[in-house]
Structure formats: structure tokens, C-alpha cells
Design a protein around this ligand. Structure first.
Ligand code: PMP
Length: 398
């Protein structure tokens, strides 16, 4: 009888030669437990997913209640099912009134795909603009607007008519013209290593898009659902998108995503042709029930109010000669070291000897990712920081 680890390596497709290979039996709150009883503190939330912690009781209860009613019934957009309808309403209540129409999908990358199609359909234009070092997903359309050539080269040709601008670089906004269907940008860039918008960058970007009639798509797949301390990150920058993307933390651990826009824009999918975007599982009732419970937990438990203090608590303690900078917005943080060669042994040591799970970023390999559940307690933050500092010292001594 092969072990799960052997089966994983033999029969599950691998995406690198160095998977984490950590086996987890169960998870609760900020903790994950391995079969041998080991305890791991999750400081990355499945990459920004478990914002309300693992297996939040309210999320579990909502899932359980929906399991007792029905699972999948029909493809997206035909039957009236309470979970997606109520979730769409609850999302709208967190948003500026104009963003009143939600299309539910299965993942972040599918939200990107739907939004890019919608922008082309609405504007009748083809050019798409995104930022260098942007990450928007892995399917062909989303990959086309990713901002790293290294990840795209082997899969070309991708979508034509894609251009890239530098994030936070105002002169590049001139490249957005009346040819542009949409500009897609992460409100706070994730895989670039947590880059926050500076100098009213998003205000200038918003005005430029409006001026030339291009739609502004904000990707909040990683930075939304409370991660930065407001429900949506864009609330902190005084702008509104034409299309908003969400996924990851939205499901409280269940797979779901959405692109959200104005009804007037979204109705493009109804005609010429009908079924402009289709999905079998989009708006799955169990995922929607979990998502609604997640949204209500974030709001009812006032998790947003705790975010700045928790982020400050990390920053106060993460002081060490090897740490060059701590960047971030709320609990979306990056701790910068000199190089990957310095950082990687620290990540490995923290996991192996301290039971602390962290990570680096796809396009920024000298920085350590910190994105704990928003529910992390003060003593857990202190425990995490002390362990990380010990790991840094231990590696320095080697
Ligand atoms: N956009 C951003 C900003 C992301 O961080 C990710 C996932 N890392 C995606 C899109 C793609 O989401 P998914 O993996 O759910 O397809």
C-alpha cells in the first residue's frame, strides 16, 4: 500500500521539482496539523484564501445547511437558487451602488477571463493593458495579461493586442488610449511582492481610463475580502472600478470567484450571442453559502477593525539586521531580505524547526510572504515573530 506522499508524487501532476511535500491531516483556525501530530502555524492562508481561518464554524454551518438542501442543480444563470442570489445582494451592499451585478465563476483566473471578454464586448475594442509583474492567473487569457514574460514564453501565441505598463509609473498612463478596451490592475500587487499604489496612482489611472473610454478592471482576487483592512482594497484609494474581480478569500475555503460590474455593462452577455459567458459550476450553492457566511463573519466579527493593529504588531517585532524592509497593506505583507539565497533557508528552517509556514512571491523571490488569517490572535503573532527571528538567527549562524 503506497502512502499518500508516494501517491501524490506518482499520480498527481507536479508543477515544480520542489513541492513543499508537507502532509496535512486537518486544520483549524490558524493551525494545520500533520498526521504525526505536528502543528504548523499558517502564515499564508493558502495564499490569501483562509481570511477567516481554517474551518470557521460559521462557514462550516452554512455548508452543512446547504448540503441538506441541494448540491448542483443546473448550469449558471437559469434556476433561482437562494445562495447565489443572496450572496450577490450581500456583495452589492459592500460596494458602491453602481456595481450592482455579479457573475459567479469558479476561480480567480476565470473571473479574469470573464472580465476581459466583457470589456471587449462592451467597448468593441481589443487592446488590453496590464502591469509589469502583474499576476492574473494561468489560463490563456489571464496568462496573456500576466506581467512576466518568463511564465508566458513557452505558451505563445497568447492573446494579441496586449500591452504592459509599469505599476505606479504615471508617464506610462499615456499608453492607455481610445484603442484600449480595458486596463486590468491589482489594487495592491501581490506576486510582485506586495506593491502598494503610490502618489494617487489609482486616481490618475481611473481618470485616464474614463477620459479615453477604457474600462478599469481591479483585480482584488488576492487583496480583497478584508485582507488589507477594508473589505475591498480600492476603498482606501478613493476610486471605483468598472469591473471588480474577487476569488480566493471569498469562499472561506471553498472554490468560488466573481466578476462584478454594472448591469448596463453585464447585459452584453445576453445578446449577440446569447450565453456570452457560460459556466456549469459558477455560483455553486455550497460555495455561495460558504462565501456568504465568510462575508458576514468578516463584517459581524469586525475583523477589518483588527487588521491595522495586527499588521503593526508584526512590523514592530520583525526588526532584524537581515530584514531590509517590510512592505504591505494591512495583513498582506512582504518581508524583504537581501536575496533568494538568504531568504530560502529561512523559509525552510522556519517550517522544519519552528512549524511556521511562509512562502516567497512568484515575481519577487527576495521577500517572505505574510498573509495570515485575519483572525490570528495577538499571542499567535508574537509566537510567529519570535519563531521567524529565531529562524533568521539560526540560518545566519550556519
Ligand atoms: N489574480 C491574482 C491577483 C491572484 O493572486 C491570483 C492567484 N494567485 C489570480 C488572479 C488567479 O486566481 P486562481 O488561482 O484562483 O485562478
Amino acid at each position: 500500500m503506497l502512502t499518500p506522499r508516494q501517491l501524490f508524487l506518482r499520480h498527481q501532476a507536479q508543477t515544480s521539482d520542489f513541492p513543499l511535500l508537507l502532509e496535512i491531516e486537518r486544520a483549524e483556525g490558524v493551525w494545520m496539523y500533520s498526521p504525526d501530530g505536528g502543528r504548523i502555524l499558517d502564515l499564508i492562508s493558502g495564499i490569501g484564501v483562509s481570511n477567516v481561518g481554517h474551518r470557521h464554524p460559521r462557514v462550516l454551518q452554512a455548508i452543512q445547511q446547504q448540503l441538506d438542501k441541494y448540491l448542483h442543480l443546473m448550469v449558471y444563470g437559469e434556476l433561482v437558487q437562494a445562495p447565489p442570489a443572496e450572496l450577490a445582494h450581500a456583495l452589492h451592499q459592500t460596494l458602491p451602488p453602481a456595481l450592482d451585478n455579479v457573475y459567479f465563476v469558479n476561480s480567480g483566473t476565470e473571473a479574469v477571463e470573464g472580465a476581459l471578454k466583457l470589456a471587449k464586448r462592451h467597448t468593441g475594442r481589443t487592446e488590453l493593458i496590464s502591469c509589469h509583474n502583474a499576476y492574473h492567473g494561468s489560463t490563456q487569457g489571464a496568462l496573456s495579461v500576466n506581467g512576466s514574460e518568463g511564465f508566458k514564453r513557452s505558451y505563445r501565441p497568447l492573446l494579441p493586442d496586449v500591452r504592459h505598463i509599469r505599476y505606479n509609473h504615471l508617464p506610462d498612463l499615456e499608453l492607455i488610449t481610445t484603442r484600449t478596451a480595458a486596463v486590468i490592475v491589482e489594487t495592491v500587487q501581490g506576486e510582485a511582492g506586495v506593491r502598494v499604489p503610490l502618489h494617487d496612482y489609482l486616481g490618475h489611472l481611473r481618470r485616464r481610463c474614463t477620459q479615453v473610454g477604457a474600462l478599469l478592471i481591479l483585480d482584488e482576487i488576492q487583496c480583497g475580502f478584508g485582507r488589507t483592512g477594508t473589505f475591498w482594497a480600492f476603498e482606501q484609494f478613493g476610486i471605483e472600478p468598472d469591473i471588480l474581480l474577487t476569488a480566493k478569500g471569498m469562499g472561506g475555503g471553498m472554490p468560488i470567484g466573481a466578476f462584478i460590474s454594472r448591469q448596463e455593462i453585464m447585459q452584453g452577455f445576453k445578446t449577440n450571442p446569447i450565453l456570452g459567458h457560460c459556466t456549469t459550476f459558477g455560483g455553486h450553492p455550497v460555495s455561495c453559502a460558504a462565501s456568504l457566511a465568510t462575508l458576514r463573519t468578516i463584517l459581524d466579527d469586525n475583523l477589518l477593525a483588527g487588521v491595522p493593529g495586527k499588521a503593526a504588531r508584526f512590523r514592530q517585532q520583525l526588526v532584524h539586521p537581515a530584514i531590509r524592509a517590510v512592505r504591505g497593506q494591512g495583513l498582506m505583507m512582504a518581508v524583504e531580505f537581501e536575496s533568494f539565497a538568504v531568504l530560502k533557508p529561512i523559509i525552510d528552517h522556519a517550517l522544519a524547526h519552528e512549524g511556521i509556514l511562509t512562502d516567497w512571491f512568484l515575481f519577487c523571490d527576495n521577500s517572505l510572504r505574510l498573509a495570515p488569517p485575519l483572525t490570528i490572535a495577538d499571542d499567535e503573532i508574537d509566537y510567529a515573530c519570535a519563531a521567524l527571528l529565531r529562524a533568521i538567527d539560526a540560518v545566519a549562524r550556519q
